[in-house]
Design a protein around this ligand. Structure first.
Ligand code: 6PG
Length: 244
């Protein structure tokens, strides 16, 4: 695994570089393997990136009909709900860039959680011909509690080592979510972890410099891939070491 950390002056600058990086990784995958597969994340920083990817400047760089889009996680709400990650991606990217829906593999989170997880796991398995999923790119964020995707501290799904997708009840939020599990995330070619905002600075310092082993995001480790941390300067403001 190679790990790199990039720090940007603002979330806007981070978004521009991330959009370049994403389109490059996907473009290379299309060149090498004929198609590309990405797992998208929810959250505010990714939204700005999706909007950039939908602009004419970026749109022309990729053969979107060869890019398959999955989701790293989803809230258990219908697809038009304001909390739906799918809705956000649809509005920020898919509709603006007229991307064909055939390649969009959303989580049917309007179903009961266990059904939604099984259905999505099947969809992932079908795409990867029943083999271990290997996403070209998985986008992740980090919460102030160190969660990533919907892998929250203290939840059983952190130790899932068989399933690639699982439903998880999050007591902290009193709600269920559907998420890719660590075995799926950690088998990807590239993981892009986007972290912005001062609120995340203390936990991010612990995660990158002390590794206390208590935050879910610490378990992100694509063994045969690259882990790219994209931080804004606020999130990075408590880092003390020049190199991690
Ligand atoms: C989601 C993801 C979650 C997110 C982090 C960071 O919201 O869909 O489950 O893991 O990436 O909470 O979100 P922000 O980047 O918006 O702070």
């Amino acid at each position: 695994m190679s790990v790199s950390i990039a720090i940007f002056a603002s979330p806007g600058e981070l978004a521009v570089d991330a959009a370049h990086r994403i389109s490059r990784v996907l473009h290379e995958a299309v060149l090498e393997r004929g198609s590309a597969v990405i797992a998208l994340s929810g959250g505010t920083t990714p939204k700005a990136i999706y909007e950039l990817l939908a602009t004419p400047a970026f749109r022309g760089r990729l053969e979107w009909n060869k890019v398959h889009m999955f989701f790293g996680d989803e809230r258990c709400v219908p697809p038009d709900h304001r909390e739906s990650n799918y809705r956000m991606v649809r509005e920020a990217l898919l509709e603006r860039a007229s991307i064909q829906t055939l390649n969009i593999h959303r989580i049917h989170a309007e179903l009961p959680p266990s059904e939604a997880a099984k259905r999505y796991e099947k969809e992932v398995a079908t795409y990867f011909d029943g083999g271990h999923p290997r996403f070209d790119l998985v986008m992740l964020g980090m919460g102030e509690d160190g969660h990533t995707a919907s892998l929250f501290p203290g939840t059983a799904v952190l130790n899932e080592n068989r399933r690639m997708v699982a439903e998880t009840f999050v007591p902290q939020l009193n709600t269920s979510r559907i998420t890719l599990t660590f075995p799926a995330i950690n088998h990807s070619r590239t993981v892009l972890c986007l972290v912005t905002g001062k609120g995340k600075a203390p936990v991010l310092r612990e995660v990158l410099e002390e590794r206390p082993g208590k935050y879910p995001v610490e378990r992100v480790a694509p063994g045969q891939g690259d882990l790219l941390w994209y931080l804004d300067k606020e999130a990075a403001s408590q880092l003390t070491k020049e190199r991690i």
